[in-house]
Design a binder for this molecule. Structure first.
Ligand code: F6P
Length: 345
């Protein structure tokens, strides 16, 4: 029996830990394991390589993915789905483990329901926006990196009496912003789900300065839409879209910093954390979660439970249907924002 493993979408810390766990368990059970290079592109093109004991040795702490990734969507490439199906057939792949976020797993779900492809999923993304699981791996590392940055920015903000705007990733949800903001003691957090107006944010900063604090830390999620009391909104994004229809976000921090400085008169600087949040070694928590997900995915393959995704419910690793997991984005609930906003202003 032969299983393929692929990693799709943006990379994230812990991918290699999943690959190692999947391969270790399946090899032990007598499967042959191959890496499908660069996500779905590796099935469309095709690009396969062996994943034996030698290939997976020493990769647990390594960031990125040893089998590469891409945002290729076979449904958006001419003949893409047929070519992917042919690769599966021609290479005798009896099962596929797809490690990815909503886009990669959305394709996995469709291939499973429309073409009976024997696939199981593993929830990956620093954004933590997948429903069906409490946490995705990679998120903890991103939060750790963002929190460390906020801590560092605190000392320089305080020394210069400045407002520091920190722009973090997260796409259309504010999980990284809220968690790192709470952990780092942010004075204001702006996320897509709880749209605070620019005027209100400035008011909170002024209030803080009036009570004797000469500096402020503002965390803004890249997907925050600038919102004004007039009802006007402004999205900061680049026009071009990827094969899944996503615009490229980034830049809202700069616009916000300018607004804050103009409206409050306080000197303001901006730091965009960008891909630093995705790079490097995973935290111990992510390594453990990724490892548990990998073993579960291998077990699902072995048990022929296809169309399912490994998921975390409380402290338990369970499986949920890929369809359920990709049906909608997991947004930051009000209660989390309330924890953060208790410290605003
Ligand atoms: O989905 C993960 C993510 O890092 C988002 O937070 C971010 O918007 C996007 O990927 C960036 O993508 P790219 O690596 O293509 O610039």
């Amino acid at each position: 029996m032969r299983a393929g493993v692929l990693t799709g979408g943006g990379d994230c810390p812990g991918l290699n830990a999943v690959i190692r766990a999947v391969a270790r368990r399946l090899l032990e059970e007598g499967w042959e394991v191959v890496g499908v290079r660069e996500g779905w592109r590796g099935l469309v093109e095709p690009k396969l390589e062996p994943l034996g004991p030698r290939e997976i040795s020493g990769i647990l702490p390594r960031g990125g993915t040893i089998i590469g990734t891409s945002r290729t969507n076979p449904y958006k490439v001419e003949g893409g789905v047929d070519r992917a199906l042919a690769t599966i057939r021609d290479n005798g792949l009896n099962a596929l483990v797809a490690i990815g976020g909503e886009d990669t797993l959305g394709v996995a779900s469709r291939l499973n329901s429309e073409h009976d492809v024997r696939v199981v999923g593993v929830p990956k993304t620093i954004d933590n926006d997948l429903s069906g699981t409490d946490y995705t791996f990679g998120f903890d590392t991103a939060v750790y990196i963002a929190t460390e940055a906020i801590d560092r920015l605190h000392t320089t903000a305080e020394s210069h009496n400045r407002v520091m705007v920190v722009e973090v990733m997260g796409r259309h949800v504010g999980w990284i912003a809220v968690m790192s903001g709470i952990a780092g003691g942010a004075d204001m957090i702006l996320i897509p789900e709880q749209p605070v107006t620019v005027e209100r944010a400035c008011e909170e900063i002024r209030h803080r300065h009036h009570r004797g604090k000469d500096f402020s830390i503002v965390v803004v999620s890249e997907g925050y839409e600038l919102r004004y009391e007039s009802g006007e909104t402004r999205t900061v994004a680049q026009e071009q879209r990827d094969q899944f229809g996503h615009v490229r976000l980034g830049g809202v921090g700069e616009v916000l910093a300018h607004e804050i400085e103009e409206r409050t008169g306080y000197e303001t600087r901006v730091t965009v954390l960008g891909h630093v949040q995705r790079g490097g070694t995973p935290t111990p928590r992510d390594r453990v979660l990724a490892t548990r997900y990998g073993l579960k995915a291998a077990d699902l393959v072995h048990e022929r439970k296809f169309g399912q995704m490994a998921a975390l419910h409380g402290d338990e690793i369970v499986d949920v249907s890929l369809q359920e997991a990709t049906a909608e984005l997991k947004k930051v609930p009000r209660e989390w924002f309330d924890v953060a906003s208790a410290f605003f202003g």
